[in-house]
Each structure stands twice: as structure tokens, then as C-alpha cells.
Design a protein around this ligand. Structure first.
Ligand code: NAP
Length: 554
């Protein structure tokens, strides 16, 4: 039985910010990429005759007409009278929606009168127009010629979008802002806030989720900036009226943090997101470079899991991590079910579990780091799949049955080294640690009952397996290697935990010397596969995950 209180499916709107290529071509491309409608940023496009010509086309999709002021983050610096004249002139061509900034709406009675000439602001007339879009969106069909024609014949005027943009941050009383933009009957409220980190994005989503479904109105609530990307994707889960996407790469995004429609559709499975979609993500700082969304979203799609995996950048301090996790706990309706944890929060995740009475596996506790958090009926559970992933990759790639009694040299003594040493020592490996800061190497060696030698002696390590756990060789330090080329011996297995780039200088030089080499990509995929099994209780589709890692999505 369909839920009579269900909200209409969220529309996807591509913002057009330039006059070239021609607007009709950009709109066609947006619809082909999966958008339902376009936003015409008049303040950026500037060519008003071209906009008018586009709006007269019978085959165009519905459009949001926006003249964003400099004060609200746009480029329009004319007078109120000039802006009102533009909105009236172009609004008469019935784009579908007209965006008016709340400040302007409140300040100018003249504008309210003019806008009411071209916009429906009464609930009765808007309800039927809303149904028209709802049906189209539910059927998953892009806006097309009949929809645009229907817009003209059945809906004499536009819908009003009352907007507010906060470029300073996300206010404590953001609910008051949402109420203010939604206060005019029949209008759609739009509020965009700047996110410092993912916690701000979750606050906006929680406020969006708390809004009562309204057939007449609607709400658009966005966290701007790369920290707010998740809010743009999850807008669909929480019933926003629409979410914005950028025109294809190469053209300017209308607001920071916008993904392209192709990324929204292919990488984040936009069309498949509904209110029951569970949320997973990667918590770290930074996380923009992470391949985890590519790998986990592809895997969930292949295994028919109703979930989406998003980047969740959380500032580096322990207090910020706690703030984020507290928000996740206080808002179970956000449906955050599993988290990958990366630099610099792996140690924080372990500490947070200890501080809040969560459970943690003995191996993760020993490793001093948690890279996987799972929400269970009994609360949050932490484990570490890094060490297990590395061991699995190593055994498989090197064709080894065990590492028992194998002499192993570890370069580095940070979080990754700790996790690996814990696993390799437990599996019987004979580990020697080399680290630039010798004190850290000695401390780690004492904790795991293995050996430490000076960093300067790494060229004469004498081991059968060498593992790089330093950041040397990782983007942007691709030219560096933790070991001089002359120090390689052909009978050594060389394993680099660095996975970006997949082939590091260390691995290239080792291969030239005849060594068997193992890339950090294998470790990355193996730890992600373990996470998939933990979260979904299903066998991981490893081939799909590998393809997802390599996929290039614009
Ligand atoms: P971390 O805790 O910050 O440790 C960094 C390590 O690199 C420390 O031992 C540090 O030595 C050393 N280092 C940094 N700059 C150096 C330099 N110029 N010369 C010599 N040593 C230097 O970082 P982490 O979490 O352990 O991560 C380390 C690496 O592991 C990263 O490249 C990461 O990509 C990789 N990793 C890969 C996976 C995977 O799935 N493939 C998973 C986790 C981590 P000091 O102690 O002297 O500062």
C-alpha cells in the first residue's frame, strides 16, 4: 500500500551558469545526465536575450529562474528595481520556478506585488502543480517536452522559491531560518548554509527530516562546501523538494560542493535513494580524495543493498570527532549504519568507544586504532580491518600459506604500521621496525615484542618481506621513495601500503630489481571487502569493488 504521507521524490536540478555552450544544449545535456529541471543563474549567464529565447522554446525542461545578489553569494550587483524588472520580464515567460531572496521579499512590497503577478503563492493552486511534478518524478522520467507544455497549459504561473544563503556558517538556530523561508503559503523554502565539516551537514539533514511533509510547499536545505556534499546526496532520503548539481566538469559550479549530475546518478545512486536507504560513509580529514565511495557504492549496487556511501569530512581534533558521533547517536533517524574511519580519526574512534562504553574487538584495541564502526542493536562496535586486509592481500599475492617465522622489515611507526605490526606479530612474523623518529620505533617494538633499528640502516634490513607504512611516495609526494633504489634485492617481497598512486616509485624500482611487488590497492580492497561483509552480512563482490576503485567518474 502506498504511504499517503510519503513525500514526493526529490528532484535533481542542474545549475546553468554560463551562456556557452548554448542554453538549450546545456539543458539537453543536463536532462540526459539525469536531471529533472535546470536552474538558470541569470546573474552568471548575463545574456538576458539568450535566456528569454531559451524560455520561449517549447521543448525546454522546467527551469528555476535565479538572479542571485552579491550579498547572497551571486554576481548581481544592480538595484532592487533592476532585479525586480528582470524577474518580472523573464518570469512572464513561465520558467516554472522563480527564486526570490527572502531578504528582498521582506524588504520590498513592490517586489511582492510584481512577483505575485507571475507566481502562485496560494496553497490551493500550487497543490495541483505539485502533483504534476510529483507524478513525473515518481515515474523516473526526465522532464521533457510534454511536461514543459503541460506546465504552460495547466499551470498558468510559476512557483515561488524563497531563498536564504548563509556564507558564514551554519547557525545554532537553523530551524528558525527554515521556518522563515517556509512561512509564505504555497512557496518552496530554500536555505543554504556553509558547512565547516560533516557535523554541520548532518544538522541540516536532521532539520530537514524533522519538517512535516507538505503537499503545497516544500523545502530545499543544503550544506554548501565540500564538507556539505553528503547533504546534497542525502537530500533525497530526507524528502527535500530538490537538490542541485553542477553542469558537467569544465563548467563552473553554481555553489561550492556541487557534484555533477553524472556523479550524483552513477557514483551516489541518486535515483535509487529513498527513505529506507541506509547511510554509510568515510570519516576523516580530508576525505575528498578517498576511493571508498567508488568501491562501496558499486558493491552495494551489485549486491542489491539499499544503501549509499558518502564522504564525511570531520575536522582533525578528538572533540570534533566526538561532536560528530554524538550527533549521529542523537539522530538515529539519519540511519547512519556503518563508518569507515581514516586519518586522523582511527585512534580517536578507539578512544571514543572506550569513553562512551561502545564495544571494540581485541585486535583493534591491540592495534590502537579502529577503522570500522558499525551500528548494532547494542550500540556502536569498532574493529580494524586494515591489518587483516594487509595480511590477506599479502598471502594471496605472494602465494604464501603463512608469515610464521618470516623476517619482515616495517618502514614507519604511525597508525598503519601499528595495525600491520599487530597482525603480523600475532601471525608469527619476525618484525623489525625502521622509523625516522627512532623513539616511536622503539616504543612500538616494546609494545609488540619485536625489534627496532635506526632509520639509517633500512638499506641493510636483511628481511624477506619489506612493508612501507610511511607516507613517502603518496600523492603529492610521488617522486619520493622510503628506500634508495640501490638497496633493493631481487629475493625480497616489497609491499607498499600507499595506494595513491597505485604504482609508487618504491614498487617501480623494486620491480626493476626483480622483486615481487604488492600494491596498497590490494590492501585497500581487502580491508573494504571485510567492511562490506561486516556491515551487510554478505559475501563481498570483489570484482565489482576492484572495478569501482579504478572507475573514472567525471
Ligand atoms: P601516520 O600515522 O601519520 O604515520 C606516518 C609515518 O610516515 C610515520 O612513521 C612517519 O615517521 C613517516 N614519515 C612521514 N614523513 C616521512 C619522511 N619524510 N621521511 C621518513 N618517514 C616519514 O600515517 P599512517 O596512518 O600510518 O599512514 C601511513 C601510510 O599508510 C599512508 O601512506 C597511507 O596511505 C597508508 N595506508 C594505507 C592503507 C590501505 O588500505 N592501503 C590503509 C591505511 C594506511 P615519523 O614517526 O618520523 O613522523
Amino acid at each position: 500500500m502506498p504511504d499517503p504521507h510519503a513525500r514526493p521524490a526529490t528532484l535533481l536540478c542542474v545549475s546553468i551558469t554560463a551562456a556557452a555552450p548554448p542554453l538549450a544544449e546545456q539543458a539537453r545535456r543536463a536532462i540526459a545526465d539525469g536531471a529533472d529541471l535546470v536552474e538558470l543563474r541569470v546573474d552568471c549567464i548575463e545574456d538576458v536575450p539568450a535566456i528569454a529565447d531559451f524560455l520561449r522554446r517549447p521543448d525546454r525542461p522546467p527551469a528555476v529562474l535565479t538572479v542571485r545578489s552579491v550579498a547572497q553569494g551571486g554576481r548581481f550587483d544592480g538595484t532592487d528595481a533592476e532585479r525586480i524588472a528582470l524577474l518580472e520580464q523573464l518570469g512572464l515567460l513561465l520558467p516554472g520556478y522563480v527564486d526570490v531572496e527572502l531578504e528582498l521579499w521582506r524588504r520590498s512590497a513592490n517586489l511582492r506585488q510584481k512577483v505575485r503577478l507571475v507566481c502562485d503563492t496560494e496553497p490551493e493552486s500550487v497543490a495541483s502543480a505539485g502533483d504534476q511534478f510529483t507524478t513525473r518524478a515518481h515515474q523516473g522520467r526526465p522532464a521533457s517536452i510534454p511536461a514543459a507544455a503541460a506546465l504552460r497549459t495547466q499551470r498558468p504561473r510559476n512557483r515561488l522559491v524563497l531563498s536564504h544563503h548563509d556564507w558564514r556558517g551554519t547557525p545554532v538556530d537553523l530551524e528558525a531560518v527554515l521556518q522563515a523561508v517556509c512561512a509564505t503559503p504555497g512557496s518552496i523554502g530554500k536555505a543554504a548554509f556553509t558547512a565547516q565539516d560533516a557535523t554541520d551537514g548532518l544538522r541540516v539533514l536532521a532539520a530537514l527530516a524533522a519538517q512535516a511533509p507538505s503537499p503545497a510547499g516544500g523545502l530545499i536545505a543544503i550544506s554548501m562546501g565540500t564538507a556539505g556534499i553528503a547533504s546534497r546526496i542525502l537530500a533525497r532520503k530526507f524528502g527535500a523538494f530538490l537538490s542541485f548539481a553542477a553542469a558537467p566538469a569544465g563548467e563552473q559550479a553554481a555553489a561550492p560542493g556541487q557534484l555533477t549530475a553524472v556523479q550524483m546518478q552513477r557514483l551516489y545512486r541518486w535515483r535509487e535513494i529513498d527513505s529506507a536507504t541506509r547511510v554509510y560513509g568515510v570519516v576523516g580529514w580530508p576525505v575528498a580524495h578517498s576511493r571508498s565511495p567508488h568501491v562501496h557504492n558499486a558493491a552495494m549496487r551489485a549486491a542489491a543493498v539499499n544503501g549509499v556511501y558518502v564522504p564525511l569530512p570531520v575536522r582533525p581534533q578528538y572533540e570534533r570527532f566526538c561532536e560528530f558521533m554524538n550527533h549521529v547517536q542523537v539522530h538515529p533517524e539519519l540511519d547512519i549504519s556503518g563508518l569507515s574511519v581514516t586519518i586522523p580519526h582511527k585512534e580517536h574512534a578507539r578512544r571514543w568507544l572506550h569513553d562512551t562504553g561502545g564495544s571494540i574487538t581485541a585486535a583493534a584495541d591491540r592495534a590502537g586504532a579502529v577503522n570500522t564502526l558499525t551500528r548494532t542493536a547494542d550500540g556502536w562496535q569498532g574493529e580494524n580491518t586494515d591489518g587483516r586486509g594487509a595480511l590477506a592481500a599479502l598471502l594471496q599475492r605472494a602465494g604464501l600459506a603463512t608469515v610464521r617465522d618470516l623476517p619482515i622489515a616495517i618502514l614507519g611507526a604511525g597508525g598503519a604500521a601499528r595495525g600491520l605490526i599487530s597482525t603480523l606479530v600475532a601471525a608469527g612474523g619476525r618484525v623489525t621496525i625502521f622509523n625516522r623518529t627512532s623513539e616511536r620505533a622503539r616504543e612500538l617494538a616494546a609494545a609488540f615484542n619485536c625489534a627496532a633499528r635506526p632509520w639509517s640502516e633500512r638499506g641493510e634490513h636483511g628481511a624477506r618481506l619489506l612493508v612501507n607504512c610511511t607516507a613517502l611516495g603518496m600523492t603529492p609526494r610521488e617522486d619520493e621513495s622510503p628506500l634508495p633504489a640501490a638497496a633493493h634485492r631481487g629475493d625480497v617481497i616489497v609491499f607498499d601500503t600507499v595506494y595513491s598512486p597505485p604504482q609508487t616509485r618504491l614498487l617501480r624500482e623494486a620491480a626493476t630489481a626483480g622483486c615481487l611487488t604488492i600494491s596498497g590497492v590490494d590492501m585497500f580492497l581487502a580491508q573494504a571487502a571485510e567492511q562490506f561483509s561486516i556491515w551487510h552480512g554478505l559475501p563481498p563482490p570483489t570484482g565489482v569493488m576492484q572495478a569501482g576503485f579504478a572507475a573514472d567518474l567525471v
